[in-house]
Every structure is written in C-alpha cells, then in structure tokens.
Design a protein around this ligand. Sequence first.
Ligand SMILES: Nc1ncnc2c1ncn2[C@@H]1O[C@H](COP(=O)(O)OP(=O)(O)OP(=O)(O)O)[C@@H](O)[C@H]1O
Ligand SMILES: [Mg+2]
Length: 348
Amino acid sequence: MSPVLEVEGLYKRFPIAGSRSVVQAINGVSFSIGPGETLGLVGESGSGKTTVGRCIVGLIEASAGTLRFKGANISMPRARRPRDLFGKIQLVFQEPAESLDPLMRIGRSIEEPLLTRGGSAVERRERVLRAVEQVGLRREMLDLYPAELSAGQQQRVGIARAIITRPELIVLDEPTSALDPTARAEIIELLMKIQRELGTSYLFISHDLSTVRFISHRIAVMYLGMVVEQGDAAEVFAQARHPYSVGLLSSVLLPHPHLSIEANISLKGEIPSPINLPSGCYLASRCPLAEERCRHAMPPAEDVGGGHLVHCFRHRDVARYDRITDTFEQFQQEAERILGIHDGLPAA
Ligand SMILES: Nc1ncnc2c1ncn2[C@@H]1O[C@H](COP(=O)(O)OP(=O)(O)OP(=O)(O)O)[C@@H](O)[C@H]1O
Ligand SMILES: [Mg+2]
C-alpha cells in the first residue's frame, strides 16, 4: 500500500540570533508511514523529534528535503499547503492544558478547528458530539472549562480536537508524558481504539520506550537530528543493530538484573552540540565500537533485511541481544504490568 506520509532527506537549521552559527537540528531524515500504521519516534532530549513533527504538521518550514502526503507535495508551511488537505494532518501536544484555552468551554475548543471551514452550526454540533463519544468523554463535559477536568480528560479533549477534522495522520508529541500511569494506559488504549476504528496513521513521539513498544508497528531511533536506525518495532527491540539504539534500549532494560548483563554496550560522554557537529558518524566520540573510518565518514543507511535500516559501519559486530530475544516475553510482561495494559500489542 502506498504511504500516507513520505519524509525524504529532511533538514532543519535554526539561525542563532546575533551569531553566524546555526543549530543543525535535523540532518537528513527519511522515513515513511503507511495507512493505519504507527511509527514510534524515539531518542534522547534534543535529538530533533519535535522539530520533525513540527515540519510535518507545517508549523515550521524545513530547510531542505521533501514531505509528501499521499503523493502530494507538502514541503511548505501549513498555510501554503493545498486547501483540500486542510485538517488531514493533526497534532496532539504533550501538555493538554497548554493546547486548550483556559477561558474556552470544552465544547467550543473541540469545535474550533472546524470554524474556518464553513458548514452549518448543526453539522458542527453533530461532529463535536461524535468526537466526544469517540474519545470517551461525557456530553455534560462540553460546558466545562479545562481546569475542571483531570489531565487525562484534558488529553481526551486534545485528541477530540485532533480527530474532528477527520485526519489521516496524527503527530502525537509525547502525548502521555504528563500523565500518571493509569491515565497514560487509558490514553494509549484510546489511541489504539481510534486507530482500529478510523484507520488513522500515527507518528508517535516519545522517550518512554515501553509505551512506544506497545503502540508502534515500526520504530525510528533519532540521534542528533538523524534517524540512525529504523525498522519493525519487535525486531528493533529484540535485535537493535545500531550502537546508539542498543545503548538506549539497555538503559530501559537495566532494572532487570537478568537482562542487564547483556547490555554490554554503554555510551560514554556527552552528546555533541548540534551547533558544532562532528565529522563522520555523530556517535563516534561516544561509541565503544568506533574505529578510524567512523571519525571520517558518515556511514550510509544499510538495509539489514526487510526494511530494517541502520547507519553504522559496524552493525554486524554490534553485540546481538540474543538473550533478550529469549527473555523478551519477560520484558513484555513487565512492561504490561507497568503500563497496566492487557490487550496486547496492536497488529501490524
Ligand atoms: N526554535 C528553535 N530555535 C533554535 N533551536 C531550536 C529551536 N527548536 C529546537 N531547537 C533545537 O533543535 C534541537 C532539537 O530540538 P527538539 O525540540 O526537536 O528535540 P526533541 O527530540 O523534541 O527533544 P525533547 O525530547 O526534549 O522534546 C535542539 O538542539 C533544540 O535546542
Ligand atoms: Mg520534543
């Protein structure tokens, strides 16, 4: 099936006021998302996840690269995109309270994205009621103000606002990080239900790997503005091939003594500055496997099978997490317990 979203060679540089330097926030990112598919975008703080999301939604313009939505060029900011794509790509923020106007009643907030589109008040009301039902809120809540709702309910409002324009792609930027574990599990289940019912594609941005593992069909790992590894979620979790992904995953696995002994790749030092990127592989200064060529040339993306792409000269030598494959069930059970989710993983 042809992709809903294609991102090709995306770059984003932010000039620094009063200086000739630039922040090289995104450095050649490519990926695609299929219909009804969730791509989990993970990586440490500052790796560029939000910037990628903002380019896709059109809040900012990429410095270079191409964005296509169902084949149509959407490389420009939202205001200049083809009009028939209005509302087809939506965004849900981390802080529901911040995306809602505190002085606006919930019903009005949910209706707002439709106001510029014409259509009758009766029609809009019907769509608001439908969206409210889809996100599991009660009608009586429409007359309340955001402060009268819990954080989880506020995030449901954020999701209702997003789905009311019938989007085909939703960028979810850390949608559950501000929530307690119970609300988090409920929102994840809600997002999975919406995807089953409406077939919406998601770009799910998070640094909470257990959550990402649950909701994603595929995963892209970001480091310093690059996707260093991407592929099927189960495969990347079980057999990460990039030293950075291995380091990231072992940091999650550490609480499990029987697994941590396998985490034999640990990253040293600090992330280099995106204002002054190293030559060669951006991880070389921190990577225990780095050799001479890694410091001079950026490794190209290599397909290690079935669209599992890795930017690493030494991916064959990356210690395999064979033992983790054996005990993956345990890891999964533990993640289920933490998340309180019992429905299992979404089917690809
Ligand atoms: N408007 C901006 N002006 C200058 N630099 C920016 C701007 N927005 C982001 N950056 C820089 O771009 C880089 C990527 O930031 P981004 O917010 O996309 O990271 P992130 O992966 O979303 O991090 P987090 O996990 O903390 O949300 C960072 O170095 C950040 O400081
Ligand atoms: Mg972010």
